[in-house]
Design a protein around this ligand. Structure first.
Ligand SMILES: C[S@@+](CC[C@H](N)C(=O)[O-])C[C@H]1O[C@@H](n2cnc3c(N)ncnc32)[C@H](O)[C@@H]1O
Length: 473
């Protein structure tokens, strides 16, 4: 509570027409918050050696993923063990991996179909004693894949735009070979799929340094060099890379298995389950209400999408096409439900939102600023975003047990150059919906990369991110 009051005082100056400088913003955010400023990496250096340890290294390109230190910090702070942890915006499954490693059960949900695949591979159960058997299997299947004569062509209309011809030919062959592997060998099949995703990104014209899928000049140059190498070495080049990646992923998975202390079960239904479990839903969050009973969750740890975020589907598109999860039409449908992009909220809480002081003042400012941009859509998106955030807070209240913890990790991107006080708005939403704010931490180290967009040309200008920890009353 104190923090919320302090922050409102500190930040009232942003309500004036004059925009503060970057330094002023930084000072206002950190002044009065000293005791709550954390460096999560530093804080957990003894437990988590780096952000890509164990299976967090697999497919480390998911947009706006948070570092494993975020869920681990919350788990440690509240000594969570043998509890049920939910991440409703699970993305690449960072919370799922940390929950399992700390002997907690996990329920993950994300609208993006790739989440299920990623969580599955990052928590694959393999017997460390059979390491050499798996290694040999990988070798064997990679040899077989390159002998295949079939082709797998993703349902992607302009796929030719993204690949040089001979590379595309080899990739379609690799993927066909992987799809031909028997389901009984699904562990090997999935490791190979994850490794082939790496190749499919590396050898595409899509910029792999950025979460967004676009053709960059630098990447075109890189691909030219790769084609020269490919012309010299032929398919052996890609065979070698596939094998190298697959072995690296196998080692991460074995290390993960060595680090889990208890056996856990992957389940599809919640009936009478007493053992440590892991469950994944692939839905928009409003479906969680039907899928989960009230008051079953001990702790929610999540990072919701950013306002105007437009990265999640666009940037995982390339992977989902190869994984045969989508086509051009289904991606359009999914995007319409993506929070941050939607212009129609799940539920209309307009009246309630206007009772949230920090929302009301910000909304007025954004509305005025949007006049310069002459587009109504942006303000609809803004309103829809906070309606959806309020929906999410209410949903959390319903799903959490009494005294359950709601930990939200969120940044404050600028909209029309204006730093939106997302942390204050969400904190107020929680207070009005049966939560008390226990802590608000400000992690000064940037944990993730966001891409530029029309309204926010300097997302990297974000100084850090907030971890808001509420407790259900
Ligand atoms: C900031 S990312 C979460 C990243 C995650 N913490 C990680 O470490 O990978 C936000 C996620 O919200 C998901 N999302 C967007 N709209 C959604 C919706 N309507 N329902 C469920 N998930 C949604 C996106 O697909 C994205 O994965």
């Amino acid at each position: 509570m104190t923090n919320l009051t302090q922050s409102n005082e500190q930040l009232t100056m942003f309500n004036t027409c004059e925009f503060p400088s970057y330094e002023e913003i930084k000072e206002a955010y950190t002044k009065g918050f000293e005791r709550d400023v954390v460096n999560l990496r530093q804080e957990l250096k003894n437990e988590i050696p780096n952000t890509t340890y164990l299976t967090h290294a697999i497919h480390n390109v998911y947009p706006a993923k948070f570092i494993p230190q975020v869920p681990r910090f919350v788990i440690k702070k509240f000594n969570l063990k043998e509890k049920i942890i939910l991440d409703p915006f699970a993305g690449s499954g960072t919370t799922a991996v940390e929950s399992i490693l700390t002997e907690n059960s996990n329920i993950s949900n994300d609208i993006n179909p790739i989440t299920r695949f990623l969580i599955d591979i990052k928590t694959l159960t393999l017997n460390p004693r059979d390491y050499f058997i798996y290694k040999n299997q990988l070798n064997h299947y990679i040899e077989t894949i390159f002998k295949t004569n079939s082709k797998f062509i993703p349902k992607w209309e302009n796929i030719d735009y993204w690949y040089p011809e001979n590379i595309l030919f080899t990739l379609t062959k690799i993927w066909a070979g992987i799809y031909n592997i028997d389901e009984n060998e699904s562990h090997i099949k999935n490791i190979l799929k994850a490794s082939a995703l790496y190749l499919s990104r590396k050898y595409s014209y899509g910029e792999d340094e950025s979460p967004k899928l676009f053709k960059s000049k630098e990447k075109i140059i890189k691909i030219k060099e790769l084609i020269n190498k490919f012309n010299e070495m032929g398919e052996d080049l890609m065979k070698y890379e596939l094998l190298k990646k697959a072995n690296q992923y196998l080692e991460c998975i074995i290390q993960f298995n060595l680090s889990t202390k208890r056996e856990f079960k992957k389940i599809d239904s919640l009936d009478n389950n007493k053992q440590q479990f892991l469950m994944v839903f692939n839905n928009s969050i409003e479906k969680l209400e039907q899928n989960l009973p009230e008051e079953m969750i001990d702790c929610i740890i999540t990072s919701p999408p950013y306002i105007y975020a437009q990265e999640y589907f666009r940037s995982t598109k390339i992977d989902m096409f190869w994984l045969d999860m989508i086509n051009d039409e289904s991606i359009r449908c999914l995007t319409k439900k993506e929070i941050g992009q939607k212009i129609k909220p799940f539920c209309d809480f307009s009246d309630e939102l206007l009772r949230i002081e920090s929302y009301r003042s910000t909304f007025e400012t954004i509305k005025n600023l949007s006049l310069n941009f002459k587009t109504k859509e942006n303000i609809f998106r803004f309103r829809s975003y906070f309606n959806d955030m309020l929906y999410f807070v209410k949903l959390s209240n319903r799903l959490l047990k009494k005294k359950g913890i709601l930990a939200i990790f969120i940044g404050e991107p600028k909209v029309f150059g204006y730093p939106v006080k997302v942390k204050d708005i969400i904190s107020e939403m929680e207070i009005q919906n049966n939560f008390r704010i226990k802590y608000t931490f400000f992690d000064i180290i940037k944990s993730r990369h966001l891409s530029k967009n029309r309204l926010n040309d300097n997302p990297e200008g974000i100084e850090g991110e907030w971890l808001i920890i509420g407790e259900k009353l």
